[in-house]
Write a protein that binds this ligand. Structure first.
Ligand SMILES: Cc1cc2nc3c(=O)[nH]c(=O)nc-3n(C[C@H](O)[C@H](O)[C@H](O)COP(=O)(O)O)c2cc1C
Length: 176
C-alpha cells in the first residue's frame, strides 16, 4: 500500500491548514496517511552561526527522513504576511542545509487556506515557484478562501470548492 505524509506549514494547535490537509488526505483511497505536526519538530531559529556551533538538529534530519521515505506529500501552507509562516520556513531552511533536493521528487499536493478572500494564494505562489528548485513534483495546487465560511465538521461545505479539491486529490492519487 502506498503511504503519504500530510501536514500544515503552521505550528498553530488549531491550524486551519492542518484541518484542510487532513480533509484532503481523507479523500484518498487505499493509502496509508501519516499526519505530521510541526510542533513535534521544534527547532531553534536557523542561523549560520548556530549551525557552525551545534550542527543540524536531529529533528530536521527526522523530518527530512519522513519525506525521503514517503510516496507523496500533502502540504497546506499557512500564510503570514504574504509568505511562509516562520515555523515552516525555519524547518525548511534547516532541511535544505542537509539536502537541497529536499522533496526528493515526491508527488506533492500543495494547498493553502486562510480566513480571508485570497485563501493564502500569495504563499501558494511563492511555494509553487520555489519548491521545484528543491525537487518537488507539484501535481496540483488548491486554495480555499474564507475558511470559516467554506469548512465545517471536518470538511469543505461549498460544493464547488469540494468538487475541485476531489478532482485534484484524484490526480494526486494517480501520481503516487
Ligand atoms: C502574523 C500573521 C500574519 C498573517 N498574514 C496573513 C496574510 O498575509 N494573508 C492571509 O490570508 N492571512 C494572514 N494571516 C491570517 C492567517 O491566515 C490565519 O491566522 C490562519 O489561521 C493561519 O493558518 P493556520 O491556522 O493554519 O496557522 C496572518 C496571521 C498572522 C498571525
Amino acid at each position: 500500500m502506498k503511504n503519504i505524509i500530510a501536514f500544515a506549514g503552521s505550528n498553530s494547535k488549531t491550524s486551519i491548514n492542518k484541518q484542510l490537509a487532513v480533509y484532503a488526505s481523507s479523500l484518498l483511497k487505499n493509502v496509508e496517511v501519516n499526519i505530521l505536526d510541526l510542533n513535534d519538530f521544534e527547532l531553534p531559529l536557523y542561523g549560520v552561526d548556530l549551525e557552525s556551533e551545534i550542527g543540524i538538529p536531529d529533528r530536521a534530519h527526522d523530518f527530512l527522513k519522513l519525506i525521503k521515505h514517503t510516496d507523496g506529500i500533502i502540504l497546506s501552507l499557512a500564510e503570514h504576511n504574504g509568505a511562509y509562516s516562520t515555523a515552516f520556513k525555519n524547518l525548511f531552511d534547516w532541511m535544505t542545509r542537509i539536502e537541497s533536493k529536499t522533496f526528493y521528487g515526491k508527488p506533492m499536493l500543495l494547498l493553502a487556506t486562510s480566513p480571508g478572500g485570497r485563501g493564502g494564494q500569495s504563499v501558494l505562489e511563492i511555494a509553487s515557484g520555489r519548491f521545484p528548485f528543491h525537487n518537488a513534483q507539484i501535481v496540483e495546487t488548491f486554495s480555499l478562501p474564507f475558511f470559516g465560511e467554506h469548512f465545517a465538521d471536518n470538511q469543505i461545505t461549498d460544493m464547488g470548492f469540494n468538487a475541485d479539491l476531489k478532482k485534484k486529490v484524484e490526480t494526486f492519487q494517480n501520481a503516487l
